[in-house]
Design a protein around this ligand. Sequence first.
Ligand SMILES: Cc1cc2nc3c(=O)[nH]c(=O)nc-3n(C[C@H](O)[C@H](O)[C@H](O)COP(=O)(O)O)c2cc1C
Length: 339
Amino acid sequence: MSTYSKTARLMQRGADFLGSETAILCGAMSWVSERSLVSAISNAGGFGVIACGAMTPDLLDREIAATKALTDRPFGVNLITMHPDLFDLIAVCEKHAVGHVVLAGGIPPKGSVEAIKGGKNPAKVVCFAPTLALAKKLLRSGADALVIEGMEAGGHIGPVSTSVLAQEMLPELAQDHLIFVAGGIGRGQAIAGYLEMGAAGVQLGTRFACAQESIAHPDFKKAFFRASARDAITSVQVDPRLPVIPVRALKNKGTEAFTVKQREVAGMLDRGEIAMAEAQLQIEHYWAGALRRAVIDGDIENGSLMAGQSVGMLKQEEPVAAIIEKLMAQSEDALTRRG
Ligand SMILES: Cc1cc2nc3c(=O)[nH]c(=O)nc-3n(C[C@H](O)[C@H](O)[C@H](O)COP(=O)(O)O)c2cc1C
């Protein structure tokens, strides 16, 4: 990577923070970001992140240990804030001296940031910031770095595009804080642009989901290679009483099944059978199950094919190292042209 000196210089702060060669993170992707992909990313000079998703503390324990056996480079663990065993999962990360914990899926609950940063093996905390006000609050509350993720991304998304978030947040925050930009990044030229705006680094998901080292089912990968940007659509909320976070995925029968699921859960809510927190948890479990069906079982009709709009730029399976190399070369080329 030493040949990419302009890019490396702009990534220096981010890479130092992550302990990696480049400041390119592979965002956690449930079922996809496990030992194989995570270790491959870190071994290739990026920063891999295990997706804990709905894993039990035992399963996470085993996944971290297995990942450590495949790489001696740093990697992170992504925990979903609404997980009922969040604090046990934090303890598992501490036991393994995981260096970076990414908190996703909402505002970190009281005590969680402190729990990650305290203890015998304090870790760095990375949070997602959907607005500038919340970004400042998260930094005040102890977040060491932030990811700003636009609605072009795959999986659960916010309402604002990456380009707008970057313009809103980077001039205000990037001078003094570490901000990683995510969502819709498919080529290194875009990375160069965000680095020039002050980003410490970038996070990609879709671009890595179909890497050779990804355990995603061959049919899942083929669906990605066939898709264009406009096939990656967002889920809709059918009941105003049940707020659901939109999910971007390739359109299929599973997209319609989610509408049915929402009606079912809204009905239970109406009848007083479950509370709102439980309703939202059921929706999240639905997504975890649907994604598993597509990623692991290869059911690309009924499962969830979570994908970002950059999916249209994916044409073939490539090793992680080749993807990272290409991204760095494209970024360097863009920066060199600009002189
Ligand atoms: C298949 C898939 C699953 C994902 N699962 C998660 C997850 O479990 N937790 C999370 O924080 N983000 C998740 N994401 C978001 C990624 O970590 C990453 O931020 C996003 O993919 C970046 O945008 P991009 O897809 O445009 O590259 C997922 C994305 C995809 C495509």
